[in-house]
Design a protein around this ligand. Structure first.
Ligand code: NAP
Length: 248
């Protein structure tokens, strides 16, 4: 479905980003693995290259730093000649109740989760507009739609990403660039592994489908939104959450 497309996925050395990179590669895309640590990105790029027999590249980029993001996009275009797909996946949590949250916890999450999406989107805007085609997929969260006690910084960043998705879709639509968001619910990951069995059980009760999701569930949605099957879809938020958002 993505034959010879060039995709950059931020924060893709592991977790959901890695699952998206694998699914893109298995659908014929050339993938750029970008993460904050070069070693981890190198390992994932090599693993995907060998597993799917496709071209890959690893580039270290901290999404909160515009010069590193510019370098990521220019290296991609230098190697592959174009950029078809950007997945803004890099994201972190630093949870605390509002009365205890430090400026540092607030700033770090906003700088990576919100400004990071702005930086990467800005950096691909010119090449995608020139090509008159492109797909941008922003990984937000159900928490940006429903709120969550203890996550004021994270929920604000993810709600902001939804606003940016819609604005970018409006600004770039006439140039053939589609911009959509995916809002995962609770996905089996290192983040959710840390939860106690009791916390997992009470969370599961909030999910109409009755189970946590997997990185592959998010990756499948990311393939769809990047493919021509979604040709007439822009500015949307696709929830991959087992129906959780309906409980909010
Ligand atoms: P993850 O396993 O922690 O992976 C995130 C990746 O991003 C890590 O490799 C991390 O590197 C990297 N990263 C951190 N800061 C970065 C920066 N400044 N620049 C570039 N890369 C950076 O997280 P995940 O669970 O796969 O989550 C991926 C995305 O899905 C995030 O946006 C998250 O908010 C969203 N999401 C996740 C869930 C869930 O249940 N897991 C639910 C809803 C939404 P380090 O490991 O070195 O920090």
């Amino acid at each position: 479905m993505l034959k010879d497309k060039v995709a950059v996925i931020t924060g893709s050395a592991r977790g959901i980003g890695k699952a998206i990179a694998e699914e893109y590669a298995s659908n014929g895309a050339k993938v750029v693995i970008s993460d904050i640590l070069q070693d981890l990105a190198d390992g994932t790029a090599l693993e995907i290259k060998n597993k799917f027999n496709t071209e890959t590249m690893a580039v270290k980029a901290d999404v909160s730093k515009y010069d590193e993001v510019e370098n990521l996009i220019s290296q991609t275009i230098e190697k592959f000649g174009k950029i078809d797909i950007l997945v803004n996946n890099a994201g972190i949590t630093r949870d605390n109740l509002i009365m205890r949250m430090s400026d540092q916890e607030w700033d770090l999450v906003i700088n990576i989760n919100l400004k990071g999406v702005f930086n990467c989107t800005k950096a691909v805007t010119r090449p995608m507009m020139k090509q008159r085609s492109g797909r941008i997929i922003n990984i937000t969260s159900v928490v940006g739609e429903m709120g969550n006690a203890g996550q004021i910084n994270y929920s604000a960043s993810k709600a902001g990403v939804i606003g940016m998705t819609k604005t970018t879709a409006k600004e770039l639509g006439s140039r053939g660039v589609r911009v959509n968001a995916i809002a995962p619910g609770f996905i089996v990951s290192e983040m959710t592994d840390k939860l106690s069995d009791q916390a997992k059980e009470s969370l599961t009760k909030l999910i109409p489908l009755g189970n946590l999701g997997y990185p592959k569930d998010v990756a499948n949605a990311a393939v769809f939104l990047a493919s021509d099957m979604a040709e007439y879809i822009t500015g949307q938020v696709l929830n991959v959450d087992g129906g959780m958002v309906m409980q909010g």
